[in-house]
Write a protein that binds this ligand. Structure first.
Ligand SMILES: *Cc1c(COP(=O)(O)O)cnc(C)c1O
Length: 390
């Protein structure tokens, strides 16, 4: 069956009540009929469920669906995307190891690499996402893992996943990709040899701005130590969130189709707009890596990044001028959201650091929602025009 079908039909066994929608196992622990079975379970002689920090039927259903959609063997679900990002690195790295990382990684991933890992003797080198032909030079004898995102946030730079896979194979690196922006509907990094695929389920997977969640899936050889790490450090996903996220996966493919068609229409409109200096969207022919986007992505994604002509001032004024779109730091919601990275999420970086990750003073990130496209365009158009007068 196709991944879209598996996401809908791949649910856990029904209980004796024969419920149609899956039951939610909101329980911290599970019982045993006798001492002998309990002892056997603790000894690892069977797979019975003990405690929800280890596993839970609702969480297992979510994990197995994401594994099927990504085409991989195994996974562990966490309370947030960052818990998954952290576990995917911390469980496998040790003091003295080096990480090769794309410069354009999520803000908190950057904090882990630059503020937390150095305390434990784990170093990193940043490389530019669109410069993969020169990444090899940054590999050291102690390089253990490659960490990247594609497309990146908010610059929408792509990493050539085929080349990344070849580089990891040649040098024996663990290929760890945050696939949150693309979702498995748009790209499945396992096709290129990814060992670990991480998601913030908070974004497109939930898609309705309700709960936090994360997941890391991939090859059993790497998931095993991650599962051990998570079971004993405790970032488990709540069964309630897992139940809700598992339901959300049933509609992920159709939602992404509409997010992407809305985003393409909006990008085409903005590219012609007199107040917009630059429009970035992977499926616009003007994107510098458009060919690569067509090769490795089925659709262009739900994020459009623009640069308004009037820089910082107009960026701020634009946010104040939108009427329908929300001002929020989240993305991947049914509701369109606008953010101005230079004055909010990336305000603590220096201007040079911002430019290095594709953020200029007038950069505005638009997470394109599921509203009727003409209404999205109308709101953004009026906000651009009115912000120009300030
Ligand atoms: C939001 C996000 C994260 C972090 O996820 P949380 O669920 O907020 O912890 C990680 N990576 C990317 C690309 C994200 O967009």
């Amino acid at each position: 069956m196709h991944p879209e079908t598996l996401a809908i039909r791949g649910q856990m066994d029904r209980t004796d009540y024969r419920e149609h929608s899956p039951a939610m196992y909101l329980t911290s622990s599970f019982t045993f009929p006798n001492a002998e079975l309990m002892a056997d379970t603790f000894a690892g002689l069977n797979d019975d469920i003990i405690y929800s920090r280890y596993n839970n039927p609702s969480v297992d259903e979510f994990i197995s669906k994401v594994c099927q959609m990504e085409g991989v063997e195994d996974g562990f679900a966490t309370a947030s995307g960052m818990a998954a990002v952290f576990a995917s690195m911390a469980a496998l790295l040790r003091s003295g190891d080096h990480v090769l990382a794309s410069r354009a990684v999520f803000g908190s991933t950057h904090q882990i690499l630059t503020q937390i890992f150095p305390k434990w003797g784990i170093s990193h080198t940043y490389v530019d996402p669109d410069d993969i032909d020169n990444w090899e030079q940054a590999i050291q004898p102690n390089t253990k893992m490659l960490v990247l995102e594609s497309p990146s946030n908010p610059g929408l730079a792509l990493v050539d996943l085929e080349k990344a896979g070849q580089l990891c194979k040649k040098h024996g690196l663990i290929f760890n990709i945050d696939n949150c922006f693309a979702t498995p509907v748009i790209q499945t990094p396992n096709d290129y040899g990814a060992d670990l695929i991480v998601h913030s389920a908070t974004k497109w997977m939930d898609g309705q701005g309700r709960v936090l969640g994360g997941i890391v899936v991939g090859k059993t050889e790497f998931i095993e130590p991650i599962r051990f790490f998570c079971r004993h450090t405790g970032p488990a996903m709540s069964p309630f969130n897992a139940w809700l996220l598992s339901k959300s996966l049933e509609t992920l493919a159709v939602r992404m189709e509409r997010h992407c068609s809305n985003a393409l229409r909006l990008a085409q409109f903005l590219e012609q707009h007199p107040e917009v200096a630059k429009t970035i969207y992977p499926f616009l022919p003007s994107h510098p890596q458009h060919e690569l986007a067509l090769k490795q992505m089925k659709m262009g994604g739900g994020i459009v990044t623009i640069e308004v002509k009037g820089g910082l001032e107009q960026g701020r004024a634009f946010l104040n001028a939108v009427k329908m779109c929300s001002l929020s730091s989240n993305l991947g919601d049914t509701r369109s959201i606008v953010t101005h990275p230079a004055s909010t999420t990336h305000s603590k970086l220096s201007e040079a650091e911002r430019v290095a990750v594709g953020i200029n003073p007038g950069t505005v990130r638009i997470s394109v929602g599921l509203e009727y496209i003409d209404d999205i365009i109308a709101d953004i158009d009026q906000a651009l025009l009115s912000s120009a007068q300030h």
